[in-house]
Design a protein around this ligand. Structure first.
Ligand SMILES: C[S@@+](CC[C@H](N)C(=O)[O-])C[C@H]1O[C@@H](n2cnc3c(N)ncnc32)[C@H](O)[C@@H]1O
Length: 336
């Protein structure tokens, strides 16, 4: 028998959305405190953890129970332990570690709190200007994106054939995690990280500590002004098109295509690739809301918009893949 036999409207969506937000903030706090890394060696009591972290037991215990409730931690007789997902992805030093994303989430979620203000004022209430951001903010953003940049490199290798690729440029490559990962997997591959001078300077240390990073050359430049030097087998634009306005996005793609040899492949990747309906994938829809708080003109763009820009840049044979996270990859071939 139905719980709701008369088909009355219930506030399920409203209640579910309210409940999800604090759970995500508990995960964020766990990452920020390094809790999951502290539990790498096995279960620990609240008292032990509190002593290691130098914090009070009472508040820490509440957070630990919340993390059990969301499924990231488990209770054991001797205390709290990482659940399988936390053990794989949130312990610093593990190959699949993504816990550094808290630095990025901190920036994005602060911005999300200002959506109504951005709509009211018609301006990004948490403006992120790549040229004007402080070094500390930029470095936090690069560290925050590093784990997903590495994961994106692996995803590219899983889904596309790089066996005959000799050189690849990652334009707006940020930390260089993606291109380093490609180089690490393909010994004959020459990798270039192309980014604005200040970002490139901040990326150098992260790159040096990343497997494959020693094989990546850094080239500084502005993709809106000129393409990277030389011609290459592949060019990647990850999470770059989405930080630009429409005219600049078209210009960046056109300049990126100029860095390809005929027959080379241009990969556009990121969370900001929308279906033409504009209501899916959900992550792109919500990132598009976040972007209005961060950028004057950056936005998630539809597949049709990407297709138009790629065609204008002399690229065809477009192929789009949507990953389980909602992030997308659009690959296209440069015509002769
Ligand atoms: C959101 S971040 C993405 C970083 C990296 N691709 C990743 O996925 O981790 C955007 C990057 O684009 C770079 N960028 C922004 N405008 C640029 C421009 N005009 N030319 C080159 N790089 C640019 C920024 O410095 C930053 O590294």
């Amino acid at each position: 028998m139905s719980d709701n036999p008369e088909g009355a409207v219930t506030p399920d969506t409203i209640q579910r959305l309210q409940a999800e937000v604090p759970a995500a903030f508990a995960m964020l706090a766990g990452m920020q405190l390094g809790l999951f890394s502290e539990l790498a060696g096995g279960p620990r009591s609240v008292a032990e953890l509190a002593a290691t972290l130098g914090v009070a037991e009472d508040r820490l215990a509440r957070l630990l129970y919340a993390l059990v409730a969301v499924g990231l931690l488990e209770t054991r007789e001797t205390g709290f332990a990482n659940g399988p997902e936390a053990a794989s992805f949130l312990v610093k030093g593990r190959p699949d570690y993504v816990g550094g994303v808290h630095e990025l989430l901190n920036q994005l979620w602060h911005a999300d709190m200002l959506t109504a203000q951005s709509v009211r004022s018609g301006r990004p209430a948490a403006l992120h200007d790549f040229a004007a951001a402080s070094d500390a903010d930029m470095a936090a953003m690069l560290r925050g994106m590093h784990g997903t940049a590495i994961a994106s490199g692996r995803e590219l290798l899983r889904r596309f054939n790089f066996s005959r690729c000799r050189s690849v440029v990652d334009i707006g490559g940020g930390s260089g995690g993606l291109v380093a990962t490609l180089c690490d997997a393909r010994p004959g591959l020459k990798g270039i990280l192309f980014d604005l001078p200040r970002t490139a300077a901040l990326a150098a240390d992260i790159l040096a500590a990343t497997p494959g990073g020693d094989r990546v050359t850094i080239e500084t430049g502005d993709i809106l002004r000129a393409p990277p030097g030389g011609t290459h087998d592949a060019v990647v634009l990850r999470a770059l098109v989405q930080v630009l306005g429409q005219a600049d996005a078209a210009r960046a793609i056109a300049n990126a295509a100029k860095a390809l040899r005929p027959g080379g492949t241009l990969y556009i990747m990121g969370g900001g690739i929308l279906d033409d309906s504009r209501v899916s994938p959900r992550s792109a829809v919500f990132l598009n809301v976040t972007f209005m708080n961060l950028y004057e003109a950056g936005a998630a763009y539809t597949e049709a918009q990407h297709r138009e820009w790629l065609l204008a840049a002399g690229c065809s044979d477009m192929q789009r893949v949507t990953l389980s996270t909602g992030s997308g990859i659009i690959a296209a071939t440069r015509q002769s």
